[in-house]
Design a protein around this ligand. Sequence first.
Ligand code: PLP
Length: 272
Amino acid sequence: PFCFAKNQIIDAQSAKVHPMDIGLIRGYGIFDFFRTSNYTPLFLSDYLDRFIRSASKTHLQLNYDKSALSDIIHQLIEKNDLKNGGIRMLLTGGVSENHFSPGAGDLFIFCEDLIFPSLEKYENGVKLLSAEHVRAIADIKTTNYAFPVWLSADWKAKGAEDVIYHQNGIISESSRSNIFVIKDGAINTPDEHILHGITRMRVLELAPETSIRQVSFEELLKADEAFITSTTKKILPITSIDNQKIGSGLVGPITKQLMTDFEAMEKQIVFK
Ligand code: PLP
């Protein structure tokens, strides 16, 4: 496959990063990740805006503007014949003399295989475990996922899909997805200490009546339905938290409706 590195499209095998890049030695860098659906880079404009915003908020210089990035991405989709795949944009912190201050970062754009959760998980829902944690600089898509990568050994061993973060009794998000909580027909989603997901944004468009507000861990446990959203999970139902059933323990009607609406929206964009 081809990727973009060193300011050109090259064979992905020859992409290299310097070992002293602070992306590597300090975990300082940004990225974004989106997918193609039938060769269409879905919601590309929103992902590019977020990537550009992440660069600016982390004081990293991005030498390509939105239209230049979009051109490169369209070239990669064509060259890699990427019908349904993932695309990752990565801007490293760069190499600097003191090994701490950001330097001139390297921009990489590369294509990946995409693996969605199994059909069984969409039909029956998945289990999350809770963890007391709040992400630092949460609204920037930084490359630092050390905590959840470390924690994943534990949640995998316990048969959970992922984790739900909470602090002082208030939930924020899952390790790589946002959360929605439904009670008595009302949809709620947290807004603080989260990465503002593009999938979350689409769900808010499909369900504009959603309350964007603080949601307590207690409320989540007592909810009728809950689901998480992300680029690679779309809308994935949650049916258990810390081995406690959410609602009936089955995927609820509002979640099901939103899953259907989301698929319809994607089809409409891709096959227009
Ligand atoms: N929250 C975090 C911490 C994430 O890493 C991600 C995605 O990777 C999300 C939320 C969901 O965002 P999106 O829907 O844009 O994939």
